[in-house]
Design a binder for this molecule. Structure first.
Ligand SMILES: Nc1ncnc2c1ncn2[C@@H]1O[C@H](COP(=O)(O)OP(=O)(O)O)[C@@H](O)[C@H]1O
Ligand SMILES: N[C@@H](CCOP(=O)(O)O)C(=O)O
Length: 293
């Protein structure tokens, strides 16, 4: 059985804890019944021995598997990870979503995506990564009475994402603690209006409006202060034709979006200016988590 799940870029600038997109950067896990428990890891995290012992995927998988199954079984877990950890590309959401989906799939139990999403909420209480990880596409999401309420929009093929991934990890949990406890009414209105405009731009495919809508006063400047070079990345991406350029989740990755025709040029210019960062363009994912039995 194989489960794949996309990376996600949350917030999209002003949509703190609300907006997110899924990217064609994937983690995959293959799970096979076996005589003994074993783990193999390829790609991101493969140089981290701790992930072979106390792995967040395996502990969530076991929680669900033991609740769903009356049998005791051992498994071989083969992980193929493309999503870098603690870089603001939703690695933790990917783990949560794929672990829950895997436990149901290995027991042969159908799990509706909406139920999977609500189960994932118990592990990550902001819905902006888990929603696109499950559903794919661009999503606006909120939580009401312990349920995720969301609207999804597929992203057309003529748009690309360009990611700039610094070497430095940022823990989402710690980074959230550096944000202000209260905001002024002016800042709140700024973010509500920009986030609403950005959502309307996606829904109506008015891509030019992203150039106006993607600014934020809630989190980016506080987080980007830790890595001031990110302000230069944002400026360079926008000057070279990106439609929007924002901190991805809590960082450290910077996410930009452009027409496909512009993406290679933007990627090239960013690579020249920031040779020490990993930079590439990628498609959006419109499907979300995928289970092959
Ligand atoms: N492939 C993985 N396998 C196991 N655990 C992972 C994996 N990817 C991420 N994690 C867990 O998620 C944590 C990173 O979560 P977080 O700080 O929210 O970063 P991100 O912005 O990438 O979601 C890691 O420290 C690790 O505990
Ligand atoms: N809204 C959250 C998003 C965190 O995304 P991640 O990919 O960094 O986990 C936040 O801004 O804290």
């Amino acid at each position: 059985m194989r489960v794949s799940v996309p990376a996600t870029s949350a917030n999209m600038g002003p949509g703190f804890d609300t907006l997110g997109v899924a990217l064609q950067i994937k983690n995959q896990v293959v799970i096979k019944p076996a005589k003994f428990h074993s783990v193999s890891l390829k790609g991101e995290g493969s140089n981290n021995p701790a992930l072979k012992d106390n792995n967040m995927f395996i502990s969530i998988f076991n929680d669900f598997y033991h609740n769903l199954s009356n049998r005791r079984r051992n498994f071989r877990f083969e992980f193929y990870n493309e999503i870098p950890m603690s870089r603001g590309l939703g690695s933790s959401s990917a783990v949560i979503v794929s672990a829950i989906a895997s436990a149901y799939a290995i027991e042969g139990i159908e799990l509706e995506k909406s139920k999977l999403l609500n189960l994932a909420l118990a592990y990550e209480n902001h819905p902006d990564n888990i929603t696109p990880a499950v559903m794919g596409g661009f999503n606006v999401a909120t939580v009401q009475e312990n349920e995720v309420k969301f609207i999804k929009k597929e992203i057309p093929k003529h748009l690309k994402a360009i990611v700039v991934i610094p070497n430095r990890p940022i823990s989402t949990h710690l980074s959230r603690k550096t944000l202000p406890y209260k905001y002024s009414k002016d800042d709140a209105v700024f973010n509500i209006s920009h986030s609403s405009l950005l959502t309307a731009a996606f829904m109506s495919e008015n891509w030019e409006m992203l150039r106006v809508a993607s600014y934020d006063k809630f989190h980016q400047k506080y987080r980007m202060k830790q890595m001031p070079e990110l302000f230069e990345v944002q400026k360079a991406a926008l000057n070279n034709g990106a439609l929007m350029s924002t901190l991805s989740g809590s960082g450290s990755t910077f996410f930009s979006m452009s027409y496909a025709d512009d993406s290679k040029r933007i990627e090239r210019e960013l690579r020249i200016k920031f040779p020490h960062f990993k930079i590439f363009s990628t498609d959006f994912d419109n499907y979300g988590v995928k289970v092959d039995r």
